[in-house]
Design a protein around this ligand. Structure first.
Ligand SMILES: *Cc1c(COP(=O)(O)O)cnc(C)c1O
Length: 386
């Protein structure tokens, strides 16, 4: 089976991890801060906090922004459930904004309309999670303008998007948001096995997230309520969690960061080959906004079902039967049973649901060969033309 995504691990990556295993620190050593500096410097952010997953990063980001009971978090329905669940972890309520028909990202027009209505009802969101689907940035300029007008905070869920750019700047620079989150799950752009990171230019938010990722505990005398009792002393200031990243993971991350730009460039090569090869098939290939240099975590096509003699599911199953590990990103979150129990129902976000009825993620990852890609293209052509 050709997977839809997979990690790229070199001997140098392996050596980096083994070196840590032989060292004094498996956790809370020098590699995590070095990984944080490496990523922060690369994307142009002031602070970076490494954690054990992007899900944890989203949680501490929401906590740092003060999200709690009585508050609303808004996000897109076309995302992984974690982008919404982080609001529920904080006791806040979650709502969704429909997607743009071309980028599949949250629609600034739909967002503005919903904000105007929410303002009338006194139900404005405290936090918006803007998800850069497939690695393509949201329209951050428009979203930031709305945030200033309506007074909400922005978390960029850039789990797909490390190495991508928006208006010439690396995603994560924080120019248009309060906090940006990356994921290092093996299918994503770079990996630490499990892992994530929260980046910000705000000293206060960085300090809060630093507390929340490690039990709410500090050893920094300047943060304590009184002088230390002695050299052993620490204080718990918040109810935090153990979301720390290990040294093994950070060493792998540092080693992977050296190939970040190459990974994204290779994804672009593969995407261009798909664009060319699929041009005459009844599918819609990914549209790229001119402001965006996507990290291309995913290559999503949409089937033009009125021109294909098979259903969406039949095409999907036929590809899987031919050894092509296609996938579907994502089942709209509001249609999940857990969310339907809160009152959401199919039909609530028509653009997201139209997307779900047609979308298929084709395999794309840096180590994919052209032969493998040709196999995918041939299988797809066979399936939808026969
Ligand atoms: C993968 C992903 C996450 C969660 O990442 P983990 O590191 O697995 O916790 C969150 N949001 C989006 C959009 C993702 O793709």
């Amino acid at each position: 089976m050709i997977p839809y995504g997979r990690q790229d691990i070199t001997q140098a990556d392996i050596d980096a991890v083994v070196e840590v295993l032989k060292s004094d620190f498996l956790t809370q050593g020098p590699k995590v801060p070095l990984f944080e500096r490496t990523v922060a410097t690369k994307v142009g952010a002031r602070h970076a906090l490494a954690v054990n997953s992007a899900t944890s990063a989203l949680h501490i980001a929401c906590k740092a922004l003060g999200l709690g009971p009585g508050d609303w978090l808004w996000t897109t329905p076309v995302t992984f459930v974690a982008s919404a669940n982080c609001g529920l972890y904080c006791g806040a309520r979650v709502d969704f904004v429909d997607i743009d028909e071309r980028t599949y990202n949250i629609s600034p027009k739909a967002l503005e309309k919903k904000l105007i209505a929410a303002e009338r009802e006194g139900k404005l969101p405290k936090v918006l999670v803007a998800v850069h689907l497939c690695g393509q940035s949201c329209d951050m300029e428009a979203i930031q303008a709305l945030a200033q007008r309506f007074g909400f905070r922005i978390i960029e869920d850039a789990s797909h998007a490390i190495g991508g750019k928006y208006k010439g700047q690396y995603i994560g620079s924080g120019r248009y948001s309060d906090i940006t989150v990356f994921s290092f799950h093996p299918v994503k752009i770079i990996t630490t096995a499990e892992g994530g990171m929260a980046l910000t230019n705000d000293d206060y938010l960085a300090e809060k997230m630093n507390l929340y990722r490690s039990h709410g505990i500090t050893r920094d005398p300047s943060l304590m309520t009184h002088d230390a009792d002695g050299p052993w002393y620490y204080q718990q200031l918040e109810l935090g969690f153990n979301y720390r990243m290990t040294e093994l993971q950070a060493a792998l991350g540092i080693s992977q960061m050296g190939r970040l730009d190459d990974f994204v460039a290779r994804r672009h090569q593969l995407a261009r080959r798909y664009d060319d090869a699929l041009r005459d098939l009844p599918v819609v290939t990914p549209w790229q906004h001119p402001d965006s240099y996507s990290a291309l975590h995913l290559y999503v096509i949409r089937l033009q079902l009125d021109r294909i003699g098979k259903s969406h599911r039949e095409v999907f199953e036929s590809l899987r039967n031919q050894g092509i590990g296609v996938n579907l990103h994502y089942i709209p979150v509001h249609t999940q049973p857990y969310y339907q129990r809160m009152g959401f129902k199919p039909g609530d976000y028509p653009e997201a649901e139209r997307y779900y009825a047609e979308a298929i993620s084709l395999p794309i990852y840096p180590a994919m060969t052209e032969e493998q890609q040709n196999q995918v293209i041939a299988a797809l052509a066979r399936t939808i033309q026969e």
